[in-house]
Each structure stands twice: as C-alpha cells, then as structure tokens.
Ligand binder design. Structure first.
Ligand code: R5P
Length: 295
C-alpha cells in the first residue's frame, strides 16, 4: 500500500485554465488518442510534415532496381526517414526492430506485374499490423480501374478494422496506364479515399493546379515520387508539392535509385522539413557526392 498523502500544501493552479489543443494534422482532430499518437510517428509534429521512405515495390514487382538487397542499400537510409512504408515480409526479415519511427505496412496485394494490377485484395489481418506495431496500413485504391469497387471496398474494410484499434489507413491512389493523370482525376481519387475514411492519402504530384487537389482533400496528402527522374527535378517536384499544400512525400525510386541515395534523402528532407529551395538542396546533394568522391 502506498503511504497516505498527508501533505497539506497542494497546488491546483486554479488560475491556469487547462487548454484544449487541436491536433496538428488537417482533418485528424476527431481521432482517438492512439491514432493521433501513431500519426505523430509518421508526421513530425514540429514541422507537420513527413519524409516516408517507400520500399514496398517488391509486393508486385519482385526485386526492383535499388531494392535487390534491402539490408545493404536501404538500412543505411533508415536514420533519415520519418517513416518506412513496406511489406510485412521485408519488415520482419530485414528491418532492425530498433527502428524508432513510424511503420506503414502494405496491406493490399495479389496480382503481380504479370497480371491486371487493380485486382488486389486485402493481404493482411489487422492483428498482424498491431503485432508489428504499425502506425498505419496502406491500401491501393484504383479509382476508374477495372476493379474499382473491389479496391474501394478493400480500403473501407481496412478503415473499419483500423478504427477498432486506432490504426490509420493510407489510401494510395493508383492510376492505371489508361487514365489521365491530371488535377481533375486526382481531386476525384483523393476525395473519394478521404470521404470513405482514409486517414491520409498518397497521390501523384500533377501540374497545373495541384493546390486544388490538396485543398479539396480534407485529410493530409503525401506525394509518391513516381518513376526515377533527374535528382534536381525530383527535388523540385517535392518542393512544389509542399508549397501547394502536401504534408510530405512517400518517395521510393527517386531516393533509392539516385546516384547517392543517402545524400538524396537528406536533400529531400531539407525541402520537406525546412522549405529549402530545390536548387539549394541540389547543391547540398552535389556537395555530398563530391565529398564522398574525394574521400
Ligand atoms: C507503389 O505502388 C508503391 O506503393 C510505392 O510505395 C509508391 O509508388 C511510391 O514509390 P515511388 O516514389 O517509387 O513511386
């Protein structure tokens, strides 16, 4: 039994009114404490942004260039990522459990590049996401695709499962080859994901009018990097997206396929978290490469 608290002077600070603080992420104030805590492991509360490192490509295309040996090429990048987006297979087999930041686990799958990609199903139980201490699960949503309804229902089922345990759902807007990637399509796809319960949404940066995509989506948006493009262009894309309302990047190939992935992820961080102009971030990147070549 604890000893009785017999101190006479207690301090109740009656002159200080307890404050109600709004949660820092757009549209996420009404989630429970657990969800908010997990989201704070994805988005940095100080900058309200995230650099997610996306390495889940193997779930449909096998050993993608740059991801042949995740233990060799990706583990050195972990310290610069706010969050890792990956499959549970790679998480369990390669990622050190001492990784301190958010984990977003790929929870949909099925077809590979050899088949119709939109024919995905839910590919994990929420119990396993909890076991892995996931901050969120990710699901591909193929708006306008052949299996549109099925993929939307994959997401809504995961939202229901996630809501039970306070685990967020990242709705990933997947654009089939036949669809036009423009602001009108992205507004539709992102808004549908948010309306149907996605905690946050991943989409592609498009020009013009990306600011209308972020403005019409009531929850945070992060952008995928997409196909490898020259490093200055990738930094410019990340910068433009952030300036137009994105809450971060979920970038894969433009980091791990860069000439120097360690330098690239640091340059991306400068753009996302410090609003550094893309040219300055690129000079930093070149400087890092020059330093390495000298040493
Ligand atoms: C794609 O389906 C995967 O989910 C990737 O995580 C996503 O495309 C982001 O990677 P990248 O920047 O390489 O496009």
């Amino acid at each position: 039994m604890p000893e009785a608290d017999e101190r006479k002077e207690k301090n109740f600070f009656p002159e200080i009114t307890q404050k109600n603080r709004a949660f820092f992420l757009k549209g996420c104030n009404n989630f429970d404490w657990g969800t908010k805590n997990r989201l704070s492991k994805i988005f940095n509360p100080a900058t309200e942004k995230t650099v997610m490192l996306a390495i889940d490509h193997g779930y449909f295309q096998g050993p993608t260039t740059g991801l042949e040996r995740i233990d060799v090429t990706i583990v050195p990048l972990l310290q610069y990522s706010d969050t890792l987006m990956l499959t549970r297979g790679i998480l369990r087999s390669i990622i050190p459990p001492t990784y301190p930041n958010g984990i977003v686990v790929r929870a949909s799958g099925g077809p590979t590049v050899l088949k119709e990609l939109s024919n995905e199903q839910i590919a994990m139980d929420i119990e396993d996401a909890i076991r892995l201490n996931a901050a969120a699960v990710a699901v591909q949503v193929f708006i306008g695709g052949e299996y549109e309804t099925q993929s939307v229902h994959n997401m809504t089922k995961l939202v229901d499962m996630g809501q039970r345990y306070g685990i967020g759902v990242l709705g990933v807007t997947a654009v089939g080859k036949e669809l036009v990637r423009d602001a009108k399509y992205m507004r539709l796809a992102c808004r549908v994901c948010a309306e149907l319960g996605a905690t946050y949404v991943k989409t592609y940066y498009v020009e013009p009018d990306f600011d209308t995509v972020t403005a019409s989506c009531p929850v945070p948006i992060v952008i995928a990097g997409g196909k490898k493009i020259p490093e200055p262009d990738a930094l410019k894309m990340a910068y433009n997206a952030i300036q137009q309302g994105a809450s971060g990047v979920d970038m894969g190939r433009n980091i791990f396929q860069a000439e120097n992935p360690v330098a690239m992820i640091q340059a991306v961080r400068m753009v996302v978290h410090k609003n550094v102009k893309p040219q300055e971030a690129y000079e930093y990147y070149r400087g890092k490469i020059a330093q390495k070549n000298k040493g």
